[in-house]
Design a protein around this ligand. Structure first.
Ligand SMILES: Cc1ncc(COP(=O)(O)O)c(C=O)c1O
Length: 281
């Protein structure tokens, strides 16, 4: 980013009020997407001529990522292939929401019955262990509330490497689909994710993003189940990015320095206790 002329400030920083507040409440934290959003909102609202558009968790981002789903569906239709399982990693939910859009349309209409699986890191399990509640989209609690599966906007995931999936909440569209039973969710641990990433790189020659590798892990696991039962299934997964931006994570994994972290129930309860109290009509 600096090569292209941007100034980059790691979050949480001391350059914003909310950043200083976060650092006071969470001393030594390595930050999260939720912290960076709060700081970006403050930076945008305190300077003339700037706007902040929240990404990932909001519907407009799912909508433009639906291009991925439309292209996938067109390609599959062209070759007469029908998927049995569709898998995507889920941070805020945008790539998965986009990938599944045209398939979910058929499922909602009762025309097809795909298995659709969201994969999240065990260190930040918003669908699998979160609460379905109104919450802020950021740590500093400056954004509007969204009804979503959330670990609490105050929850800062551990610094172990879940990359862009370290977000406390999940898109309200995906949350609703999950709550209504149209979407499954599972969580995976970091070292297992990187084992899958390494295997994929060796077989395919593509170094996947750590985020995408969550989906790869579950795609491999589902394929191995088929191998055991002798069933044949077509599995589609979203490869959302390249791992070349994340060489440090691969270095850590190959040096045996990558750790797994699963938050305790007590940690999650402490965070749920701070959810905003909203009376639903
Ligand atoms: C490569 C990559 N894949 C996936 C994600 C997850 O985001 P979302 O769940 O909104 O698609 C991110 C987020 O930063 C990412 O960088």
């Amino acid at each position: 980013m600096r090569t292209y002329g941007a100034n980059v400030t790691p979050s949480p920083s001391t350059t914003t009020e909310v950043g200083r507040e976060i650092l006071k409440n969470h001393p030594g934290t390595t930050g999260s997407l939720g912290c960076a959003i709060s700081e970006a909102v403050e930076a945008a609202t305190k300077q003339d001529g700037y706007r902040y558009v929240l990404g990932s968790v909001l519907n407009q981002v799912l909508l433009h990522q639906s291009v991925i789903g439309l292209e996938t569906k067109t390609a599959l239709d062209k070759y007469g292939i029908e998927p049995d399982i569709i898998i995507g990693c889920a941070g805020g939910g945008s790539n998965l929401g986009g990938l599944i859009a045209p398939f979910m349309r058929e499922k909602l209409r009762g025309e097809k019955d795909y298995r659709i699986i969201a994969v999240e890191p065990a260190s930040c399990p918003s669908l699998t262990r979160g609460k379905y509640a109104y919450d802020f989209c950021d740590t500093g609690m400056v954004t509007p509330l969204q009804k979503m599966y959330t670990l609490g906007s105050n929850f800062i995931p551990s610094a172990n490497h879940a990359g862009g999936l370290r977000y406390h909440g999940m898109s309200s569209t995906l949350s609703q689909l999950y709550d209504d039973g149209y979407l499954e969710a599972t969580s995976v641990e970091q070292t297992d994710v990187f084992k899958a990433a390494k295997y994929f790189a060796q077989v395919e020659g593509i170094l996947p993003a750590p985020e995408s590798s969550h989906a790869i892990r579950v795609a491999i696991d589902e394929a191995l189940k088929c191998k055991e039962t002798g069933e044949e299934k077509t599995i589609v997964f979203g490869l959302t990015g390249t791992g070349y931006f994340d060489m440090v994570a691969y270095e850590k994994f190959n040096n045996g320095e990558m750790s797994d972290y699963i938050p305790t129930d007590e940690e999650l309860e402490a965070s749920f206790a701070q959810l905003p109290q909203v009376e639903e009509l």
